[in-house]
Design a protein around this ligand. Sequence first.
Ligand code: GCO
Ligand code: MN
Ligand code: MN
Length: 390
Amino acid sequence: MTHTSDFTPTPDDRFTFGLWTVGNVGRDPFGEPTRSAIDAPTIVRKLAELGAYGVNLHDNDLVPINASAAERDQIVSAFKAALTETGLKVPMATTNLFGDPAFKDGAFTSADARVRAYALQKTMQSMDLGHELGAATYVLWGGREGSEVDASGKLLDALGWFRDSLNFLAEYSESQGYGYRFALEPKPNEPRADIFLPTVGSALGFIATLDKPDLFGVNPEFAHETMAGLNFVHAVAQAIDAGKLFHIDLNDQKMGRFDQDLRFGAENIKGAFLLVKLLEDNHYSGPKHFDAHALRTEDEAGVWTFARGCMQTYLILKEKARQFNADAEIQAALQAYRVEDAELSQLSEFSPENAAALKAQTFDRAALGARGPGLERIDQLTIELLLGVR
Ligand code: GCO
Ligand code: MN
Ligand code: MN
């Protein structure tokens, strides 16, 4: 019997956490914090001890929004000292464009031009900080970019303002020599009733309309597609297919609920397994970021149990994916599922002759419809593998 202590993470696994994830104090819309805040250098040391690769941050996770320049410098240097001491990296940075009341009706998509300009200013300053800390990926999660009252009539303008802001920030990054790759993070709702660019598919479509689409990709999150009732593994596959999987937010979520941010693999083990398998089979090499937090019931010890759990579950599922690929019976079932036909494949490459030949073919529809592809067996074998009886 394999024990979970065999699945101890190391920095090579490229696991990351946000300061706001393990730093979550357990506040929710109905209740006050249940844990005290942990200061950033302590989080850095603890994550390094657990075997994480890096830590991500919003500007204000580290530097309070009203800090003076001197306070900022002091806080940043204490944080940097902890990074140097531990070797922990900051691969991703982002801006808090949702907490301050100024952003209550949107940041880049506010109907107030002063708010839009302030959002640009705040993001540039946060990009400066991220660059100073070594970040290469810049995440843009538009939590307040959305609406409740569509009678306001701003939908098309809002998309235009959003596009203009992203174009501006890409130019700023290039002009400073920062070389950021931007990752848009879609979410369907919460905190707004409807958030703009609600799914991975919408973000991919929007990216194609930007001035420098190559600088933009996506940061899909397990919980977000699941909240929308969508299949996260499908969304990630589409991002990989488009060459746009710049970053990923791993957590878990029950469909149709509020944004739960559960420990990775806590809820939907099969979905988590298929995701890990997709990432590993396709050699995803970016950071694997756990954007989740410990349950509100937990004390600080529970927070570190949560963090270790996210990483261990990933590694256990990675081992399961290896077993799946090495399992002769499973591989035979997968092979049997596919039917190849060299002659017909050739005809499926377009030429006027092939089109005519294909039109002249006779297909045995009854036989095609009668074939059993063996999917029940593939699924049952997967379940047996996950339950540890194979
Ligand atoms: C959420 C989001 C955020 C973002 C973060 C980084 O649902 O609150 O997932 O946690 O990931 O703001 O951009
Ligand atoms: Mn989220
Ligand atoms: Mn997220």
